[in-house]
Design a protein around this ligand. Structure first.
Ligand code: PMP
Length: 348
């Protein structure tokens, strides 16, 4: 091995869900929203000649739209290139002690990748036999806490009381609640950000706003937290948000009616799908997200995953301890779910 290789930062990267090139498939593997962005977003003209200029480094239009929507001050909003970017920035900013940060063992598998990348010590805390996070396990010395609510890939949501308990029992560290899926069920912790200065709530436009391709995520917390995050961001890359994202993100926020109606359609289809597959011997963990985590009484998840793919239906399978007999299935349109149900019937 060449000597320079000793100095390389070696990491095992996160592996995102497959994005196949072909279009004649039913894609239920990366929790995208089937309905597309609001018509307001689609109809907005972007003055492309302005791409000559650097974008607004503070993304003011978007930050103000988000602040207004959630009834907080613009100085309480941080925006980034998807919530992945926002969470990475938060790890860099807040998880800076020698103590271990804590997160569930079954959760978003990017957390340990960032911890490794930034050399942050971490501990995975086992969820219980029903895949629920045990709050008492988080009442101990730590360098910070992060968990998604609803959790992924389980879809299980915890109550606001539950989240508040973790936040108030950890006032010496920063608690990040990753609310990528909260619009599909459950109560947001945003109502707590003015009460606890150690709470950061992270959101995304990728799921409920159906804009995964544009890459917008944001965090809301007290002004001090957001200032610390911006100090890190502006020491790293000033222009994270491009001009079209800033403009189109603000347009999406302006269309509450479309947002509500598409979120409700996903929720209705989820409930329908869960009922239908129960008739085929499948059980799902209780989901408050735009996906379900399902298992069958006799069929093996891996086999279903492979056969589905052969039939041009893509779902997600994790070959990991405790969850290797489950499939994570994104909720698509009713027609897409019906096709998947027909496929499952053919297997059963
Ligand atoms: N958090 C969780 C729990 C997720 O499942 C995802 C989607 N992969 C993200 C954050 C990141 O989403 P995005 O970067 O598209 O906002």
């Amino acid at each position: 091995m060449s000597r320079w290789e000793d100095n390389v930062r070696k990491v095992v990267p996160y592996v995102p869900g497959e994005q196949p090139k072909c279009t004649d498939i039913i894609k239920l593997n990366t929790n995208e929203n089937p309905y597309g962005p609001s018509p307001k977003v689609m109809e907005k003209t972007i003055e492309l000649e302005k791409l000559r200029l650097y974008p607004d480094d503070k993304a003011t239009l978007l930050v103000e739209a988000i602040a207004d929507y959630h009834n907080v001050k613009p100085s309480q909003v941080f925006v980034g290139v998807g919530s992945d970017d926002v969470i990475a920035m938060a790890f860099m900013t807040f998880f800076n002690s020698d103590k271990e940060i804590l997160f569930p063992d079954i959760t978003y598998s990017f957390y340990d990748v960032w911890a490794e990348l930034f050399r942050i010590p971490y501990k995975r805390i086992a969820v219980d036999d029903n895949f629920r996070i045990k709050r008492e396990d988080y009442y101990c010395e730590n360098g910070g806490i992060i968990f998604p609510n609803p959790n992924a890939p389980t879809g299980i949501v915890e109550s606001l009381d539950f989240v508040e308990d973790i936040v108030k029992n950890n006032t010496d560290s920063c608690v990040i609640v990753d609310e990528a899926y909260i619009d599909f069920g459950g109560e947001s912790a945003l109502s707590l950000v003015d009460k606890y200065d150690n709470l950061l709530v992270v959101r995304t436009f990728s799921k409920s706003r159906s804009m995964a391709g544009i890459r917008i995520g944001y965090a809301i917390g007290c002004e001090k937290l957001i200032k610390f995050m911006n100090d890190v961001k502006f020491s790293y890359n000033s222009y994270t948000m491009n001009m079209p994202s800033i403009i189109l993100g603000a347009e999406s926020i302006a269309d509450e009616e479309y947002f509500r109606s598409t979120v409700n359609k996903v929720i209705e289809t989820r409930e329908y799908f869960v009922e239908e597959i129960a008739k085929l011997g499948f059980t799902c963990l209780p989901s408050a997200a735009n996906f379900v985590f399902m298992t069958h009484e006799s069929l093996q998840a891996k086999e279903i995953f492979e056969k589905a793919k052969e039939n041009k239906i893509y779902v997600r399978y994790f070959n990991k301890p405790r969850i290797d007999n489950y499939l994570r299935v994104t909720i698509g349109t009713k027609e897409q779910m019906d096709t998947f149900i027909e496929f499952l019937k053919s297997l059963v």
